[in-house]
Design a protein around this ligand. Structure first.
Ligand SMILES: [Zn+2]
Length: 148
């Protein structure tokens, strides 16, 4: 597979690695798990933010190292057994990893309206929505709602 791929999304502000990978896969008409394997890594390695997987994602997407690091910083990088680094701060993992994914409906609505018919181009999950202690959108002051 020649890198960078011709179809690749622009990273959105505060976007997580998995959101970006998901949009990247959708843009290339693939499921995220299949696309991960096509990039050379099981999806678990992207979920765990393994350096080799992130480097491969950056190469495939033509991302500069600073942009790759920005995506990782909004996702939370494992730092030991139960800690994560998130935006330069240390958190316990459960503060960032929640079985219920939440989001701001107004942010997602704006994303969808900006690229009608092509949500993969801009509709992104924001890293600040991962924090259990965050309950409102920092931009709209709208309560975060469960998405799935
Ligand atoms: Zn919002």
């Amino acid at each position: 597979m020649p890198f960078p791929l011709p179809l690749r999304p622009l990273p959105a502000p505060r976007e997580t690695v998995l959101s970006y990978l998901s949009r990247f896969a959708a843009m290339n008409a693939a499921e995220m798990s299949d696309f991960s394997i096509d990039l050379g890594h099981q999806i678990r390695r992207f979920l765990d933010l393994e350096t080799a997987a992130l480097d491969c994602l950056a190469e495939a997407a033509g991302l500069e190292p600073a942009i790759r690091d920005e995506l990782a910083s909004w996702t939370g990088v494992p730092a030991g057994d139960v800690r994560m680094a998130f935006r330069g701060e240390a958190f316990v993992s459960r503060a960032l990893r929640n079985p219920v994914m939440r989001g701001c409906p107004l942010c997602l609505q704006e994303d969808a309206q900006a690229t009608p018919g092509h949500p993969e181009r801009l509709m992104a999950m924001r890293g600040d929505w991962l924090l259990r202690s965050v309950n409102i959108c920092c931009r709209h002051h709208h309560p975060l709602v469960p998405l799935w």
